[in-house]
Write a protein that binds this ligand. Sequence first.
Ligand code: NAP
Length: 853
Amino acid sequence: MDLDVAVVGAGFAGLYLVHRLREQGFSVKAFDAADDVGGTWYWNRYPGARCDIPTTDYTYSFDPELEKVWTWSEKYATQPEILDYLRLVADRYDLRRDIVFSTTIESAVWDDAAARWRLVTDKGDEVVCRHYVMASGCLSLPKTPDIPGANDFAGEVYFTGKWPHEPVDFTGKRVAVIGTGSSAIQSIPLIAEQADELVVFQRTPNFSIPAHNGPPPADRLAEIAADRDAYREAAKWSRGGVPREVTTIMGTTASPELRRERFEAAWEAGELFAILGIFADQGFNPETNEIVSEMLREKIREVVKDPETADSLCPTDYPFGTKRPCLDTNYFQTFNLPHVRLVDLRKNPIVTIKSDGIDTAQESFGFDAIVFATGFDAMTGPLVAVDITGRNGVTLKEKWADGPSTYLGLTTVGFPNFFAVTGPGSPSVLSNMTVSIEQHVDWIADCLTDMRNQGFDTIEPTPVAESGWNQHVADCAAITLYEKANSWYMGANVPGKPRVFYPYIGGVDSYRAACDEVRSRGYFGFRLSGPVGEQVNDGVVRRLQPDVQLVIETMEAMGLPPLESLPVDQARMFMVMARAERPPGPQVGEVLDGTLPGADGPLDYRLYRPATPGPHPVVVYFHGGGWVLGDLDSDDPLCRDLCAQAEAVVVSVNYRHAPEHRFPAAADDAFAAVQWVGANMVSVGGVPGQLVVAGWSAGGNIAAIACQRARDLGGPDICGQLLITPVTDSDMTRPSYVENGDGYVLTKGLMDWFWNHYADPADRTQPSAAPLRGELRDLPPAVIVTGEFDPLRDEGAAYADALAAAGVDVTHIRARGHTHTSLTMVDVVLSGAPVRAEIFGHLRALFPASVPA
Ligand code: NAP
């Protein structure tokens, strides 16, 4: 067989691939181990198997006519109905003639000279193809039982993921179910209806909500009927692949009544995305997550009569949502039946499975049947199960030994013309699979068509693009609570599997935008070659931290006028309004407002004291705002964070602003404030000798200048300086101004506006305006922070380099994926937290261990 495309799998993905690729004029065959279409829905025939996305959404959208000829009978259709649907699809588009059933692809080798894949089937046949697509599903390789004696059981053995085709009858039998994931939770109530005795062996309790199954919801049907195309389009651009309103309500600030109201509404809706989206912050903020988790546990305790069983069924050691939540019909109620028992393996672990039952540490059980509902080697399992050898003889299994590495979850370096549908690093299992599958198949079909049209025959991602994507996938996961659970999302269910977050959690919408962008930029991040030659548009498609990108997109969507287009008083008012709804920052021991003598009259300050007993080191802090904007409130959350994390007294000083007070008023005030604090270390609760001068942006500018003046003008003694994305020079021609001068919040236009208000051009090169131009020897050790997407990045870096060259001890922290402002957005830009933790760790190291007498 010599094909344009060979596909593994004839489930939702494989079927649509055959259809789309054939439409595009490619020769294509799909191979499936099963003797019919269906994929997951062919194998998972256990009692109660249904989808957990409403079937009105869990459906193909590529052909509006298909939607007219098929109506789902239930909100969550059963496995037989979904299989019937896929059979209809296969018939309607005459797909079977290009599917080879009962055939497994066992190996695939890339032949570089021929630019072809050579596949071998379990029947020993060779298939040669230009492109090789794994549409083998994410949950298609059942986990091998990892329980001692699993092969010794002489009774009936069933795997939910490989259920027999003939009916299974448990009537009169003693049945064990091992596992309490989605498959178990769906099947247990139905097995209990038949079995004489049912014992459920639970290692980890699962959160589950009632599916409230029934006819498809009338409102959803009406919405689709009203404008089908708009509905399907909205699904494509939603976070999870099902259109729904995204809330901005935070669990921590919602009233108890509102929390309850929103929770009960989601409970009634009986939908995963509803219960996962009650509050905007439940996937990120442990406090909010615990609020939701506890309400879910209350529901379990309300239903389950035996308190000990209820207690065992309540999940307590992972945040809600970080293991796949389940939808059930009467799951918890089943444990009230007299012939059903729960064995909590945490209290009473399995010792061994034996020929006639199961021995636990405390008890011996006899069984006629054991049902393994123990899950899958998810996402990567089915891919590395095939012996796939890419360029230079490296296998996919070898390449992914430490975890998957992909570009867009679709492709991987070293494996040209190889595609994985819903692979690791794509939204896949975190989304409505059908929407993600269609998006992947369309992308692949478009890509192959573009290649053909442009004269390319091989495509492979570049190492730069792939490692950038892996980083982005990891960044997206790092700001969530998902990494806190031992879930199959983390590979934790398979002994020895690398522990990383496998899917992409940035959202179906963001993911689609990235894929579209890659294509529209001439296959950005890919190397294409063929008769026309070679094309490489190398680069990383997503470089901003995901939450920084979200902030920028949100601001852009608001269509705000640029600050520099406003009169100063309006710009200040705008800044005050913009911070009205922001989180307050962490609690500190005490906050006191006061005044201190400035260079030309009193200045307001705010003192933050840690909750721990003093005295403490002291940080004098100057806020950002281009010498024009900002005040004690503007940087309040940052000062709280600084105080709490560095365990230091923070004295935040409100210096005089331009244009009312132009250069060098701000710098003069900063130095006066540092002198005053230096002279009053004990009375502010500080340890003499432990004084750091700090500032952000323009505050970093005057902090740096204050350190230079303290050196030249007789003190005070300063043990360190912390400059966060500081202004160190007035030269706006450095590359970071060119690269980041527009689109990253602080713009070149705004910096112009700040400088124009603050200093005459002639003054801007003086060291008191541009500390980079000052004398730099004998300055206090410095921690300098620069943001990758900040116009000021290079002048910050230049200051770090120049200080180091002058013999000053410098730590330069480069905040990857951050802008000028994002690090200061405490509890808003969560990816800033680990960077601030690093900054404050270095800050603490600036304080001398032993204090001079
Ligand atoms: P799963 O969620 O991985 O659940 C497997 C269960 O077996 C877990 O409770 C696990 O405990 C337990 N287990 C595994 N190894 C064990 C051992 N050695 N000893 C004791 N217990 C063990 O698998 P699943 O239920 O098949 O579901 C997998 C995914 O498929 C779901 O999360 C969902 O995405 C999808 N699915 C969806 C539906 C649906 O509603 N449409 C239905 C079925 C499946 P631990 O938690 O401690 O590992």
